[in-house]
Ligand binder design. Structure first.
Ligand SMILES: [Zn+2]
Ligand SMILES: [Zn+2]
Length: 255
């Protein structure tokens, strides 16, 4: 891995470690609020081994560009026909229950602690891959949505990957979501692209040919990742890859 340009190194923080409030002992918290599996609801773990065992990879072979299943190795028809900003999109797993349920609870039912088991899916996907990247950046939320949710799910997921794989994670505010966009899950593919076009702006120093890895929770059409990558390439990134926890093959995802 190439050292980060000095201006960027100044922006790369140690990823935040999520922790319980320091004043209440963990054991007491566990007694008061026992962990409940985000997949099946069973008490004991955040995401239980039985649910983890049901997490499936995207069935190979996948398109080398977009990561969707294809009949034969190579690029899918869409990727053969078009030009894209993201060089390759991969997902740790298929967007299906119980994982889909867990991601939904993580984002919409205020369960930020689920970033740990979900982020570990990213980290275990990353282990054993030969790709190297210079920096990792999470897909940002619009400040208003961030205020509503209280956390950026992609940033917490990226932090787990970065801690485990020892990758530098950039401060999230260097890539800014400049306008509030409609929820992608409500839109069709063409509308999704229009919805996120020019919605992101780079606010950091020039990226000097860096290889960047974008992180998000779910990819569906990849439109959000494309729009982020466009901003990163305009800022001087040499290449942009993307990794998500899950890949939705229908229209049910959010990206
Ligand atoms: Zn479970
Ligand atoms: Zn493709």
């Amino acid at each position: 891995m190439a050292p980060l340009p000095p201006a960027l190194a100044a922006l790369a923080p140690t990823p935040p470690a999520a922790s319980a409030p320091a004043t209440i002992p963990h054991q007491l918290l566990d007694m008061l609020f026992p962990a409940r599996c985000a997949g099946c609801g069973q008490i004991g773990e955040l995401f239980c081994p039985a649910c983890l065992a049901q997490v499936q990879p995207v069935p190979p072979p996948v398109c080398v560009r977009c990561g969707r299943p294809v009949p034969a190795a190579g690029r899918c028809a869409t990727c053969l026909a078009g030009r894209f900003h993201v060089s390759a999109i991969r997902a740790a797993a298929l967007y299906a229950d119980p994982l889909a349920q867990a991601i939904h609870r993580f984002k919409y039912e205020n369960r930020p602690e689920l970033h740990q088991p979900l982020g570990e899916l990213l980290a275990s996907y990353w282990r054993g891959r030969s790709v190297t990247v210079d920096l990792v950046i999470a897909v940002p939320l619009h400040p208003q949505r961030l205020a509503e949710r209280g956390f950026n799910q992609a940033e917490l997921l990226a932090a787990v990957l970065c801690r485990q794989a020892k990758l530098p994670q950039l401060r999230p505010d260097v890539l800014r979501r400049t306008r509030e966009t409609q929820q992608q899950m409500l839109l069709g593919p063409v509308e999704r692209r229009a919805n996120v076009q020019d919605a992101f702006a780079w606010q950091g120093p020039a990226l000097g040919g860096c290889k960047a890895l974008l992180i998000d929770d779910v990819a569906t059409t990849g439109a959000t990742l494309e729009a982020c990558a466009q901003a990163l390439l305009a800022a001087g990134a040499g290449k942009v890859w993307a990794l998500t926890v899950a890949r939705a093959l229908g229209d049910g995802g959010t990206g």
